[in-house]
Unconditional design. Structure first.
Length: 403
């Protein structure tokens, strides 16, 4: 009988039925194991999701000075990484356990046709995949005419892992939920890091390893704010503030960037407010809302950043505070879920403006932190908005001084 796929990719669940006088063979016990393993994976995959639970950091391995000097004079490749102990769950629901730190020669582990190309790849992706190995050969007591056993067979299955390295960009999981068919080839690989600008004859540096590509454990990955073009809590001069707000330049304005697509039609009036709290002492201080509008929005359905500029001519004065409020619960992402916008610790990275020499270049992300808490609780930077719940309000501010 041919199995019909209806978008719910689970095996048929059959539980062993016991009755008095039944003879149980190896296949019966194997199928009972499969039943309980399938149930556990089903629960993990559809109820909890998949991704990195803890650990599994990718770190550079520094070689000795002598080895590095020798590699620089020859064709020897010395790019190596270390994967720390940890736990992950792949898209099939398999638990991937790395018990001890594992060192890896990237070139030896590189898969595909990268070894035969005329130029060495400059970027590779590193992942981990669940694997099973039969171990501990055991002699059987007798053989069966109906079975496929031999005189000696493996008595145990060891659950282990395999490290995967590729120069081909992995296919992204664009599903809105894990409750459905797998997203494509390579679904069982849990990608941990992307390594850029590789010089295969030199040891890697930590700055070359981007671990933000790894998926945190869960059914879905929330869309978060990854960059803003003003420094949170910074003090600007009046002229700098006007330039930043786009008061006199229609190409200016506040820029907010997101980790994934958000719906352009959710960028409506009232989603973002700019409030000015006037400087002064005691109850004499006043506040007012600055008029503004979205500018340069694309004609497409989605965008990953927006610009909001001042459209009125109110004047900022010494010691004013400019408060920016974004109601993230009203910004919907590609899956029609609210952006996770809580500005935790005011740590969302600053986007440097485009330089005059390269006006078409994208703004750089300044990942430098001010004081304390260099990395978020996940241990993977840079910081973003969000606490994993979705919605909430993004708040930020800066101050204004004369001169």
């Amino acid at each position: 009988m041919t199995e019909t796929r209806t978008g719910f990719d689970v095996p048929e669940l059959r539980r062993l039925r016991y009755f008095h006088g039944r003879l149980l063979g190896a296949r019966d016990l194997q199928r009972e194991q499969e039943y309980f393993r399938d149930k556990l994976k089903l629960r993990m995959r559809y109820l909890l999701g998949y991704g990195v639970v803890c650990g599994l950091f990718v770190e550079p391995v520094a070689g000795s000075k002598e080895a590095d000097a020798s590699a620089a004079k020859t064709t020897e490749r010395v790019a190596k990484v270390r994967i720390t102990p940890g736990l992950g769950v792949d898209a099939y629901g398999n638990e991937i356990v790395v018990r001890d730190a594992c060192e890896l020669d990237l070139w030896d582990a590189l898969a595909g046709s990268a070894h035969t190309t005329t130029t060495d790849p400059k970027t590779v992706w590193v992942g981990v995949e669940y694997e099973e190995d039969p171990v501990d050969k055991t002699r059987t007591i007798f053989t069966s005419d109906c079975g496929d056993t031999t005189d000696c067979d493996f008595g145990w299955t060891r659950e282990t892992y395999r490290i995967r390295v590729t120069a081909d960009r992995p296919e992204a999981d664009r599903r809105c939920d894990t409750c459905g068919d797998l997203h494509g080839e390579g679904s069982g690989i849990l990608w941990l890091a992307r390594i850029d600008d590789i010089d295969w004859h030199k040891p890697l540096k930590a700055a070359q390893i981007d671990q933000s590509i790894r998926r945190p454990f869960g059914r879905r990955v929330p869309t978060v704010i990854t960059g803003i073009n003003w420094r949170h809590g910074h003090t600007y001069t009046v002229s700098e503030a006007k330039e930043l707000l786009g008061t006199v330049d229609d190409k200016g304005g506040l820029v907010i960037r997101f980790s994934d697509d958000i719906r352009v039609d959710s960028l409506r009036r009232g989603v973002i407010d700019i409030q000015v709290i006037e400087g002064g002492a005691g109850k004499n201080a006043d506040s007012w809302f600055m008029g503004g509008e979205f500018t340069g929005l694309p004609k497409t359905e989605f965008t990953r950043e927006f610009r909001f500029r001042q459209t009125t001519r109110e004047t900022l004065q010494d010691d004013d505070r400019v408060l920016i409020t974004v109601r993230s619960a009203f910004l919907l992402d590609r899956c029609c879920r609210p952006v996770d916008g809580t500005h935790v610790g005011g740590k969302v990275p600053y986007l440097r403006p485009r330089s005059e020499k390269d006006a078409d270049a994208e703004p750089d992300v300044d990942t430098a932190t001010d004081v304390g808490c260099a990395l978020p609780p996940s241990g993977i930077g840079p910081w973003t908005s969000g606490v994993g719940l979705g919605g909430d309000v993004f708040e930020s501010w800066f101050f204004v001084r004369e001169g």
